[in-house]
Design a protein around this ligand. Structure first.
Ligand code: GDP
Length: 304
């Protein structure tokens, strides 16, 4: 019937134009529609609750205007609130005053970190930077190799930990914290202006993983710590994000697998509970399937 929340709300208020102030009953009906739309978009339940309460408060104060019908006015409020939570403006990478800019990636296994490392390095290279990738995911047997393959595709060198694994550089240690430190030193020595450090993930949040990530963070003092999260994670987004926020105090979020069915609710959940901005969106397995995150576009995706 109605494809989007905007359509549904506009229809709900079809007969209310010029009525003066909206009644609480009108608003409650609307808030129910909004709640349903957000849950359909996989926004976490506590986030939906807080969000609808904020919208209700603003909607109660609305004067019905002649120019916009009440449905359109409420859609406007919802849109503004969504964009606000998602960080408002598109947030760009903060470059270090003294290069190299150090970017650390963290997240669960399978979130898309290693893929993202390749994409981000290619994107930065395209902007005239000279990135170095550092392979600190020593948990997953194939992760170092996978990063090297991505590096080759992106035309970006990879600092890898095992001397047996082909690499431009030499390193003799299997300790991820030491590898991270050496990788950053290598970047500095070889005048790379950006260094991207891929770290290990596990299937679930665990204390050992978090300690390792925290140790790497402490060792390399990154300018950005990007928390990589699969948009399909749904209701688990909140707990995962809170655990990583506490563990590594990330500075930004990258949402992956937005090419799938996910409507982007995870973006809202993570941004809402951590207050950290979503910075990039990953939209496929290819190295070019990657873009800056635009809060306004995501708001439309959640609402449509
Ligand atoms: P990591 O364990 O966090 O390093 O995750 P990987 O980078 O190995 O990615 C896990 C899987 O997800 C791989 O099969 C990737 O090709 C795939 N993947 C990563 N990002 C995306 C994305 O944006 N869209 C899709 N469809 N697949 C992705």
């Amino acid at each position: 019937m109605f494809n989007s929340l905007s359509d549904r709300l506009t229809a709900t208020f079809k007969n209310l134009r010029g009525k003066g102030r909206l009644t609480e009953a009108d608003i409650d009906a609307t808030v129910r529609e909004i709640r349903r739309a957000l849950l359909d978009a996989d926004v976490a339940v506590p986030v939906v609750r807080a969000f609808t309460a904020a919208v209700k408060e603003r909607a109660l104060g609305l004067e019905v205007s002649q120019a916009l019908n009440p449905g359109q006015q409420v859609v406007k409020i919802v849109n503004e609130e969504l964009v606000g939570i998602l960080g408002g403006e598109t947030r760009r990478i903060r470059l270090a005053k003294n290069p190299p800019t150090v970017i650390m990636l963290a997240g669960l296994q399978g979130a898309g970190k290693t893929t993202l490392a390749g994409k981000l390095s290619k994107w930065l290279k395209g902007q005239g930077h000279s990135p170095l990738l550092v392979a600190c995911d020593l948990q997953r047997p194939n992760a170092v190799r996978q990063l090297q393959v991505n590096g080759e595709r992106a035309g970006v060198p990879v600092y890898a930990p095992h001397p047996g694994v082909s690499s431009e550089f030499e390193s003799a240690t299997g300790d991820p914290v030491a590898v991270a430190r050496q990788g950053v030193a290598e970047a500095r020595a070889r005048l790379h202006d950006v260094v991207i450090v891929d770290t290990a993930g596990r299937l679930g949040v665990d204390a050992e993983l978090m300690q390792q990530a925290a140790d790497i963070r402490a060792a390399i003092s990154p300018d950005e710590v990007l928390f990589v999260i699969d948009a399909m994670i749904g209701q688990d987004a909140v707990n995962t994000a809170l655990a990583f926020n506490e563990g590594v105090d990330f500075t930004g979020v990258v949402l992956t697998k937005l090419d799938g069915d996910a409507r982007g609710g995870a973006a809202l959940s993570v941004a809402s509970v951590t207050g950290k901005p979503v910075m990039f969106a990953s939209t496929g397995e290819g190295l070019n399937d990657f873009e800056l995150f635009h809060p306004d576009r995501m708001a439309s995706r959640i609402l449509d």
